[in-house]
Ligand binder design. Structure first.
Ligand SMILES: [Zn+2]
Length: 180
């Protein structure tokens, strides 16, 4: 009768017996890239964003105590929602296997900021149009791109500032609000 240690080492060394190890590699149905990685998961990516955003609560509330900060887009929704992108309808490329990168589409909902900041010619208000918001955007971008889970995001981050009357529109399609 083999000793316990011996028996275990034989079983773990013989991986051809493990049906999981013989799994056929999956392929991206859009670009044909081979998907081998299992991490980061969408949950890990969302947790990293949640942690980064949460770390800026004091800064956000200093701009407007009633402000909400969150993000929308493919990571929040779990699928690429832009019909013009080839990977429309599929999970964003969070493991970097399709080489498409993804962005984190931030938003700030604040009547105070929306009412006081300049708008573009379509009446939209962007974080890049204000010095304090630009500083906040840069700090968030640095913190996000510094996270190992977010290695495959684009090296950019910005947010649009919305009036609270548009909150239902902004938060449809799985948007995630991190700071209330
Ligand atoms: Zn692909």
């Amino acid at each position: 009768m083999p000793e316990v240690g011996e028996s275990v080492s034989v079983a773990s060394g013989d991986q051809s017996q493990d049906p999981d190890e013989q799994e056929t590699p999956r392929e991206c149905p859009v670009c044909g890239a081979v998907w081998k990685k299992k991490e980061p998961t969408l949950g890990q990516v969302r947790r990293a964003i949640q942690e980064v955003f949460s770390g800026f609560k004091v800064e956000v509330k200093a701009l407007d105590a009633a402000a909400l900060l969150g993000y929308r887009g493919s990571v929040a929704a779990g699928v690429v929602g832009n019909r013009n992108k080839p990977h429309y309808g599929y999970e964003p490329d969070i493991r970097g296997e399709c080489g498409t990168k993804y962005d984190i589409d931030g938003f700030l909902i604040s009547k105070k900021l929306f009412d006081t900041l300049p708008k573009d010619d379509k009446g939209r208000c962007w974080g890049s149009r204000d010095r304090n918001l630009r500083a906040l955007q840069s700090s968030l971008r640095r913190a996000l791109t510094g996270r190992a889970e977010l290695t495959h995001m684009k090296n950019e981050f910005g947010f649009r500032v919305w009036h609270p009357r548009d909150q239902n529109y902004v938060t449809q399609h799985g948007a995630i609000i991190v700071i209330w």
